[in-house]
Write a protein that binds this ligand. Structure first.
Ligand code: AMP
Length: 417
């Protein structure tokens, strides 16, 4: 039996990097006033169709959707924002305090063509802020990403930012875009032609080379922003500059989801080839109201956890947690005692290993070496007869004889020193 295409196991060899990222991210989010939220993996299909948008790649062809036994249409979540908005509205969180900041980590599901850095089950670290329309929050979210990546030791990352305008300035822009697209109709792919009526902005996101070429001179949202959106974007840029966050204004950045308004961004890297975005985010000031809540500005981002780990793997070796103690126990009595010591040590956060297979001293020492044990405890018939054991420091090869009375306490004292 094998995993399904696009799905994979994350094995213990790499898991420490995942844990490191999660620990750094949690610390950072908590310092910035975010609280963790956990949401279901399965939601009604309608939630994603309405929020992400009917004419998007995700909703049109990438969702894992099925009917349950009662005929309800359900979908494995392709992203977290819609569910977090649903939760915010469902629990009327806005009633006691509209300002809320959440983060979460978990698997997402999209039926994309698998390749390096792209999976059908992938993980995101997600952050969302509700109730604040100030541009400083836009800058702050980009700043948090910048800070996290710096703490993880990443370089060569660029923040690409754009403003997608608001429902006030979008119609004028769409009109200009449609006029432009009409002139390129001959070159555009079928998908783009179909989207011209439904959602012309999506066309800017098309990955087909011919379309990309035809769209080089497409009008930019930035030339059509209303004064309020312009001010907003200017403040975001100024604040990022003041905080020393490098960014590139990228007028081609539209992001693949419909709900974005105003600031949108991606953090891109050159280390992963084509799959270059390690994080993406944006404002979605209309979505809370569209999903039945009161008008509430909101903004968030998602980090591609798999890709982030793949970048980290290129700059650091997988972290190993060394074994504190390997117990070489020879003979049945010694094994029984070793088992009891071992459990006591584990209860006190000392990492131990022992071997129950009755192997020879030589084989056990070899195993201790392989496991990179810091100390080896040798307990054989001779030692036990004298009520002692031998403790060897593997780095210095120094050996001390320890009495069995207070053995566990002595070991804890020496090993944790
Ligand atoms: P999105 O939700 O599409 O804005 O994606 C946010 C981030 O999630 C992207 O920048 C990627 O790093 C990551 N991501 C999206 N789709 C996938 C996928 N199929 N496999 C791995 N990572 C992904």
């Amino acid at each position: 039996m094998q995993t399904i295409r696009g799905f994979r196991d994350i094995l213990p060899e790499t898991i420490r990097l995942w844990q490191k990222v999660e620990k750094e991210a949690t610390q950072l989010f908590e310092a910035f006033g975010f609280s963790e939220i956990r949401i279901p993996i399965l939601e009604k299909t309608e939630l994603f169709a309405r929020s992400i948008g009917e004419a998007t790649d995700i909703v049109e062809k990438e969702m894992y959707t099925f009917e349950d036994r009662k005929g309800d249409k359900l979908t494995l979540r392709p992203e977290a924002t819609a569910s977090i908005v649903r939760s915010y509205v469902q629990h009327k969180m806005y009633a006691s305090d509209p300002v809320r900041k959440f983060f979460m980590t978990g698997p997402m599901f999209r039926r994309e063509r698998p390749q390096k850095g792209r999976y059908r089950q992938f993980y995101q670290i997600d952050a969302e802020v509700f109730g604040i329309d100030s541009p400083y929050i836009d800058s702050q979210l980009i700043f948090i990403l910048h800070e996290l990546f710096m703490r993880l030791g990443l370089t060569g990352l660029f923040a690409h930012i754009n403003s997608l305008g608001c429902p006030g300035c979008r119609p004028a822009y769409q009109k200009a875009l449609l006029e432009f697209l009409e002139s390129k109709k001959e070159t555009l792919c079928e998908n783009c032609l179909r989207r011209m009526d439904k959602n012309p902005l999506r066309i800017l996101d098309c990955k087909v080379i011919e379309c990309k070429g035809a769209l080089v001179d497409a009008p930019s949202t930035l030339d059509h922003l209303c004064p309020a959106c312009t001010d907003h974007f200017e403040t975001v840029k100024r604040t990022l500059e003041n905080q020393g966050v490098d960014f590139i204004v990228d007028k081609t950045l539209v992001r693949g989801l419909d709900y974005y308004t105003r600031t949108a961004w991606e953090i891109q890297t050159t280390t992963l080839g084509a799959q270059s975005a390690v994080a993406g985010g944006g404002r979605y000031d209309k979505l809370v109201a569209e999903l039945g809540g009161p008008p509430t500005p909101a903004i968030g981002f998602a980090i591609g956890f798999d890709r982030l780990v793949e970048v980290l793997e290129q700059i650091e070796a997988p972290l190993e947690k060394p074994l504190d103690l390997f117990i070489v126990s020879l003979g049945e009595t010694a094994v029984e005692k070793a088992y009891l010591w071992s459990c006591e040590l584990n209860r006190n956060n000392v990492r131990t290993e022992l071997d129950f297979r009755g192997k020879s001293m030589k084989a056990l020492m070899k195993r201790a070496d392989k496991l990179k044990a810091r100390y080896v405890l040798i307990s054989g018939e001779n030692e036990l007869a004298q009520n002692t054991v031998l403790l060897r420091n593997m780095a210095t090869t120094e050996q001390v004889s320890l009495k069995l009375d207070h053995l566990v306490l002595d070991l804890i004292r020496i090993i944790k020193k």
